[in-house]
Design a protein around this ligand. Structure first.
Ligand SMILES: Cc1cc2nc3c(=O)[nH]c(=O)nc-3n(C[C@H](O)[C@H](O)[C@H](O)COP(=O)(O)OP(=O)(O)OC[C@H]3O[C@@H](n4cnc5c(N)ncnc54)[C@H](O)[C@@H]3O)c2cc1C
Length: 425
């Protein structure tokens, strides 16, 4: 039986509900594969509109990235709206741009409506290490304002010094509609909301085969789900269940550590306003405080998602580069998790046949996007596919090198961007 990874989040989860495994045959309007944010958000929107929904989860609710991420509510997509403007006709680009800030609103609505206890805090900072990155943040502010975002504040060197206790950064961009949450408690709360609306959740119930056609059937080891529609939401943990989806994406690992609880003075000296922070490097560092004043620090990318042997050896030096004052602090938890990278770093959304829908590959920034994706998928299943079609229109390509060489090729590309970050060019 697969349990949650041994993370700080699993140790501090506030719901311990276990959902049964599927035995036998059930019928439903929609079978959702995967109980991460994409699957749970889709299920909730569908249930709110009267569909019957069955969610199959291979392990536990929030087992994947949704239960072990940095917890940062970051707006927009892993590539920003300007990249979308270059790839799509103006009308579709405009639609995707308008949606770039909706995921964070959905999260807050969910938390309020279903009374989800997940330590929501407002305020996120993008931190610049070079003049070039600061210039990008100025452009990002103008771009986001063009799409109606009004809660952005540029920070100069002194300004960022007031919100992050390090002298590493030259400046930054504060987004007051960003913020942070306890990610596993959000997922568990959303699952409880699904159940409260009559949705059926099954854990330890991996989908092993999908019979496609007019009446799709999803098989598990001990059961089957007959559905009108199937939504595939397994993201980086999907494996080979749907070969078309595996072919154009690549699972990648990123690692996180959590310190022991810090003294109030120490915690306030690191992050006085309790905002979350991510830097602007291609391979970025991200960090924030937990509700019990631990520093949660993440970074690093392992292309191909092999689990590193010593996570502390990878992340602790990064943390100490930002906060040398933590050199004597004990690390209580380390873990790794997988996100799904696409070559364009934009999400892949679409249909396989008439009745199998999918969304995957938000490439590192997915907490807000996945909540939006659930809404957009549910709209499409209800026959309103304009926003779904805008996403589906994004072009996608396989990674160069194919299955065999895509990992070294992509790592090589990342090394190039890393070098540019270091040199500030
Ligand atoms: C360590 C880490 C830190 C991150 N930090 C941030 C952050 O701070 N901010 C941010 O915006 N994004 C962050 N991300 C990205 C974000 O967490 C993900 O983009 C998002 O959670 C993906 O949600 P999902 O529902 O699509 O996939 P997942 O949460 O991975 O869920 C997929 C689920 O499907 C299940 N599944 C897979 N195959 C099957 C099957 N065959 N049958 C049944 N179930 C199946 C899996 O077990 C899993 O539970 C981070 C990711 C990681 C790994």
């Amino acid at each position: 039986m697969q349990q949650h990874v041994g993370s700080y989040y699993a140790a501090s989860r506030n719901l311990h509900t276990e959902y049964p495994a599927l035995h036998g045959s059930v019928e439903t309007d929609v079978c959702v594969i995967g109980a991460g944010y994409t699957g749970l958000s889709t299920a909730l929107f569908l249930l709110e509109h009267g569909f019957s929904v069955t969610v199959l989860e291979a392990a536990r609710v929030g087992f994947g990235a949704s239960g072990r991420n940095g917890g940062q509510i970051v707006n927009s997509y892993s590539r920003d709206i300007d990249a979308i403007e270059r790839q799509l006709p103006p009308k579709q680009a405009q639609l995707l741009g308008e949606m770039a800030f909706e995921g964070g609103r959905i999260i807050r609505e969910r938390i309020a409506r279903y009374d989800i206890q997940c330590d929501l805090k407002d305020g996120g900072v993008f931190a610049a290490l070079t003049g070039k990155q600061l210039g990008h943040l100025e452009a990002q502010k103008k771009l986001w304002e063009r799409y109606g975002h009004t809660q952005l504040h540029l920070l100069d060197k002194a300004g960022i010094g007031e919100v992050v206790g390090t002298d590493r950064y030259l400046g930054g961009l504060l987004d007051m509609s960003g913020g942070h949450i306890h990610p596993l408690n959000l997922a568990l709360g959303e699952a409880a909301a699904v159940a409260s609306l009559g949705g059926k959740l099954y854990e330890q119930s991996a989908a092993t085969r999908i019979d496609r056609g007019a009446n799709p059937v999803v098989h598990t080891a001990n059961g089957q789900v007959k559905a009108r529609f199937v939504v595939v939401a397994g993201n980086a943990y999907l494996g080979g269940l749907v070969p078309e989806l595996a072919a154009k994406s690549m699972p990648c690992g990123t690692q996180v550590l959590t310190t022991e609880p810090l003294s109030e003075d120490m915690a306030r000296s690191l992050l006085p306003q309790d905002y979350c922070v991510e830097d602007c490097n291609y391979l970025l560092d991200y960090f924030r405080l937990s509700a019990d004043r631990r520093l949660i620090y993440g970074g690093g990318v392992v292309y191909g998602a092999r689990d590193p042997a010593d996570i502390e050896a990878i992340i602790r030096p990064k943390m100490l580069q930002t906060f040398p004052q933590l050199k004597d602090v004990k690390i209580d938890f380390t873990w790794t998790g997988n996100f799904l990278l696409t070559l364009s770093r934009l999400p892949q959304v679409g249909r396989l046949g008439d009745n199998i829908y999918y969304s995957q590959g938000c490439s590192g920034h997915g907490v807000t996007y996945t909540h939006l994706a659930g809404k957009v998928l549910a709209e499409a299943l209800r026959g309103q596919a304009e926003r779904f079609d805008a996403f589906a229109g994004l072009p996608h390509y396989p990674f160069p090198g194919g299955q065999l060489l895509r990992v070294p090729f992509t790592a090589l590309g990342a090394t190039y961007y890393q070098l540019r970050d270091r040199l500030g060019i």
